[in-house]
Structure formats: structure tokens, C-alpha cells
Design a protein. Structure first.
Length: 415
């Protein structure tokens, strides 16, 4: 009989009468592959370590009905929207993981009006561990945060969590799942009857671009490769695992960047499915990463549709707030290039020469071009400006966001 981890742990949760503590493992609000798998992996690792799951001498897992504490993985999105993350949905289906068995931030447990109301036991203590992010969008949950696992340069969490007692943050590093695999799954007793080692390596494989040398120091470091090689030995030891990593990587890459599948989601879904929010001093940034080229999206939906959606994000803001709010997008181009766009409904706080010089200073030979253009709305009236920046594809949102933050800060302060 196959051990279905999520179903087994959910059954224990729903019984809950003997539990003293529940810890939710909460991924970030993009629910990308690294975030989703990190929440899943960490919950397994913690449940094994604390004895909620036990392994026999032959590695057969079973639930400990007497356990007093359990860890539950939470996807930080609305239930029913996982299919927007085409690659995550594909991987879960491939390994027989039922998306419905996860916990979601939209579930009743996280309703601020009756937070953590457990049916069978109202005396359960609740805590939260953040994975793959440090800035919690749901501020009402801040007092419950006791731990963080992350691989981003983001020091601004310091005063947000009064009960924080555990930090595992390493930057630069390619994947948050590297930290979790290193801590809980690197020994010789990898729990293959709970989780496939191929699944465990998926986020590292994707985030590091298969450890291509061009991306060293930006998309991956030695620790990522060391952990990857250690877990890959588990795959070699298990002859029944037939998946070839190279082919598996290509499968996911192809479906993640499938143009027709992405366009079928609609523009609003493309904007929100991999969206993050940043605060750069007094500047607010809404950043969406696209898995297909921006120009393909633009050709499909048109400037009017894009501008209409953008302006909805500014609805109700004062002119000053609008001037200090920027919509950023990122997507890949041909010839190993990356396109970043920056939109503001008024105008850029810099001219082409200023931003170009600032980018050259930060990126040197990895900057290819910079342009600033008017966005034309109805009746030919300009509705703001957009800055197009083309770089080498070694830059992702994770590595380019700190660059833009420095530039905006310097330009704002006249440096």
C-alpha cells in the first residue's frame, strides 16, 4: 500500500483531539516551484524529525497517532488557482500529489475573523514557518511566525515578527529547497517511500538552469550542486526510478513556457500567477514574472488590455502614491536575453541617460539596451511611460530586484 503523505497527515490533523501544537509551513505568494516544494519538503522533514511520521528499519513510513505536534504545508494562494502555475501542477500530477490535500491561505483556518479555530481541539498552539520569503503579505499572521527559511537578500523582516526564534537564511544560493534538503534529507536514509528524490531535486534543477557555468554565482553556488549530487546518488541506488534528469528538466521547461497554455490563462492570470510586491523605502513595486515573452503577450492582448489592467492596480491611489508605485515585468527573449519593463502612469523618475549609466555601473557588459516610451491610451492620450531594459539572461527577478532597488534609491537621493 502506497503511503500518501498529504492524506495521512490531513487525517491526523482532522482528528486533532490529542494535538498540542500545529505549525503551518507557509510558502510565498507566487507559489512557484521552489516555494511549493520547499513548503512540502520542510513539512516532511519536520514531521520525521519530531516523530509525527516514523520509519521502520526497512524505511516503511507510518503515522504516529500519539504525536503532539504536526507540520502542515500551506500554498500561499487561493484554493483552486494552482493550475495557473502550469509547471507546478504538472509536477504534482506526475508524482501523484493531489493539490486538494494541501492547505491554502484562503482556507478557513486563516480567516482573520475566526483565526485557527480547530473543530476538535480549541487549545492547540499555532505557529508558522515562512519558506522562500521573509516579508509576509498577511500582516495579521505576523505574531505567529517563529521561523524562516529563505535564500533572498531581504533584511527588512527584523522587526516584523516578535516571536521569531529560528532563522535559516543563506544568500546567494540558487534554491530555498537546497537549505531544506541539506538539513533534513542529505543522510543515507532518504525517505524514498514518502517522497521521490527526483521530485525533491526539481526546484534545484530548474532554478540553477542545470548548473550551467554561465549562471554560477548568480543562479547557483557550490552548495546547490553539492546537495544536488548527494540526493542524486539516492536516485542511482534505486533501480526502480526510471526518470532521466535531463529529459525531466526539458519536460517541465517545455510545459512551463508553452505559449498556448500560458495565453489561455488570460492576461490577469498571467500578471498575478507569479507576482511579488516590494517596498523600496517609499516606493511600492508590483513585479510580475512571465514564462513566455512579453511581446507575445502584448501581441495577443494589445496595449489597451494591458493598460486597463495596469490602471486597475492604481485605483483609489492619490497622485503621489501613483507616482511612487511601479509595475515591473520580466520575461525571456531569444539569444539568451532577458526583458524587464517598468511602468508608471505618470513618467519615469529618470531619463534614458540616467538609468542607462546607473545600469552600466551595476551590470557592466550584461546590459544590452535601455529605452523609455510613452504608453498611449484611448484617443491617443499618453497614460504614462514604460522603460524597457534588456539584459543577459543570467538575471532573474531574484538577482535583478536588488539592482533596481539600489538604482532607484541612488537616483532618488541624487547620487
Amino acid at each position: 500500500m502506497v503511503f500518501n503523505y498529504l492524506k495521512e497527515i490531513r487525517n491526523l490533523y482532522e482528528a486533532s483531539s490529542g494535538l498540542l501544537e500545529i505549525c503551518f509551513i507557509l510558502g510565498n505568494n507566487t507559489c512557484d516551484m521552489d516555494s511549493a516544494l520547499s513548503a512540502y519538503l520542510l513539512s516532511i522533514g519536520k514531521n520525521l524529525k519530531d516523530g509525527a511520521i516514523t520509519l521502520s528499519k526497512k524505511g516503511k513510513p507510518s503515522i504516529n497517532p500519539e504525536t503532539k505536534k504536526i507540520y502542515l504545508p500551506v500554498l500561499n494562494i487561493k484554493r483552486g488557482t494552482l493550475h495557473y502555475r502550469i509547471d507546478v501542477k504538472y509536477v504534482f500530477d506526475k508524482f501523484g500529489i493531489d493539490e486538494n490535500d494541501f492547505w491554502y491561505i484562503s482556507d478557513e483556518e486563516f480567516n482573520p475573523h475566526h483565526l485557527f479555530s480547530y473543530k476538535n481541539n480549541r487549545y492547540i498552539k499555532t505557529s508558522i514557518i515562512l519558506v522562500d520569503h521573509t516579508i509576509l503579505e498577511q500582516e495579521y499572521l505576523s505574531e505567529y511566525v517563529t521561523g524562516i527559511y529563505d535564500h533572498h537578500l531581504s533584511p527588512s523582516y527584523n522587526n516584523q515578527y516578535k516571536n521569531l526564534n529560528s532563522l535559516n537564511i543563506k544568500y546567494p544560493i540558487g534554491s530555498c529547497s537546497t537549505l531544506i534538503l541539506r538539513e533534513y534529507f542529505e543522510d543515507d536514509d532518504f525517505p524514498v517511500k514518502i517522497i521521490s528524490p527526483v521530485l525533491a531535486l526539481t526546484a534545484i534543477l530548474l532554478d540553477t538552469k542545470k548548473f550551467k557555468q554561465d549562471f554560477y554565482g548568480v543562479r547557483w553556488v557550490d552548495l546547490d550542486r553539492k546537495v544536488y549530487k548527494k540526493i542524486k546518488k539516492v536516485i542511482k541506488r534505486n533501480e526502480d526510478i526510471k526518470i532521466k534528469m535531463k529529459h525531466y528538466f526539458q519536460e517541465i521547461k517545455d510545459i512551463k513556457h508553452n505559449i498556448d497554455l500560458n495565453l489561455s490563462l488570460g492576461f490577469e492570470a498571467l500578471m498575478m500567477k507569479d507576482q511579488k510586491f516590494y517596498n523600496w523605502d517609499k516606493i511600492r513595486v508590483i513585479w510580475s514574472s512571465f514564462q513566455i515573452p512579453f511581446y507575445v503577450i502584448k501581441n495577443k492582448f494589445g496595449d489597451k488590455k494591458i493598460l486597463t489592467h495596469y490602471m486597475e492596480l492604481y485605483k483609489g491611489k492619490s497622485n503621489q502614491d501613483m507616482k511612487n508605485t511601479f509595475i515591473v515585468t520580466s520575461s525571456s527573449l531569444k539569444n539568451k536575453q532577458k526583458l524587464f519593463t517598468i511602468f508608471n502612469p505618470f513618467k519615469m523618475p529618470f531619463n534614458k541617460g540616467e538609468i542607462q549609466q546607473a545600469l552600466i555601473k551595476q551590470l557592466m557588459n550584461y546590459l544590452y539596451s535601455v529605452d523609455i516610451n510613452d504608453i498611449i491610451g484611448e484617443h491617443g492620450i499618453p497614460n504614462g511611460e514604460v522603460c524597457h531594459i534588456v539584459t543577459s539572461n543570467i538575471y532573474s527577478r531574484k538577482s535583478f530586484e536588488p539592482v533596481l532597488k539600489i538604482i532607484f534609491s541612488n537616483l532618488r537621493n541624487g547620487k
